[in-house]
Design a protein around this ligand. Sequence first.
Ligand code: ADP
Length: 208
Amino acid sequence: MRLVLLGPPGAGKGTQAVRLAEHFDSADVATGDIFREQVASGTPLGRIAKAYLDSGDLVPDQVVIAMVMERISEPDCANGFVLDGFPRTVAQAEALDRRLDAAGTPLDAALFFEIEERELFRRLAGRSAALHRSDDTEQTIRHRLEVFAQKTRPLVNYYERGGALVRIDAVGDVEEVTRRILEQLGQMAGPRAAQLPPSRATEGQGST
Ligand code: ADP
């Protein structure tokens, strides 16, 4: 299964990415986590990325694209991947499409996590206190939401045009959201839907 997760910071993409990757036996590729690791270990990539992360700005497209293209060529991505935090710009989405088209392995779906801004602030304030992420201050959160609205939101139309967009109501508890995603993916038209393994999360719940 090849999925990308789209949505504002705090929408729950990271949490669902882990669960979906496990469900589909695919690799979980979270660009924010990769950058934070690189910053922590002081690699050249980390030194480039640090200022962007701290301010809540996007790391430049060429840097991110090169990193992700390399990452998805690794063997653990052969069975599919869940991309959390990439693409975040139209240029990134185009680069991903070019790569996947060339390989004859298109995306199965782009999941768009829908959630209201008020709920996001509530969640991000909680995360800031719990995880001490340096970019979870109120000012940076505001900025990241603006960056999302400006740079990433256009991807909703981009994937809608391409027919891959699946809208997910991201409000609800973690298991409920996973169940919605698996149900929506199962309802997708096309040959790929048939390849879905039975959904553990919806077992015994008589999904409609
Ligand atoms: P969020 O909670 O805001 O979704 P992430 O953990 O996904 O945060 O990303 C944290 C930061 O890493 C971003 O604010 C940005 O600086 C950088 N980053 C992650 N993915 C990308 C990307 N695809 N393009 C540019 N910058 C990125």
